[in-house]
Design a protein around this ligand. Structure first.
Ligand code: ZN
Length: 85
């Protein structure tokens, strides 16, 4: 599985978890992310950050997390959306 495919799988997992908690994620522009990816200089490690458009909670995905890290993590998958209806 390529890093790109792993990233897509992690993003869809993160999106499902965040939506279950009431968040609506904005993953930002794919173009900006591609630029950041080039600057990072590693093809095997891809990271993206999603932010809830309602409450600002975030979720990060990492295709090659460090030994003490996680591949999907952040307040958007840990806490419910803080927006009042
Ligand atoms: Zn939210």
């Amino acid at each position: 599985m390529s890093a790109q495919e792993r990233l897509a799988a992690l993003m869809s997992r993160a999106t499902a978890s965040a939506e279950w908690r009431g968040h609506t994620l904005d993953w930002g522009s794919a173009e900006v992310s591609a630029t950041l990816q080039r600057l990072a200089g590693s093809a095997s490690r891809m990271q993206r950050l999603g932010v809830c458009i309602h409450c600002g909670a975030d979720v990060g995905v990492d295709t090659l997390p460090p030994p003490n890290g996680i591949d999907v993590g952040g307040t958007a998958v840990a806490l419910d959306c803080g927006v009042d209806e």
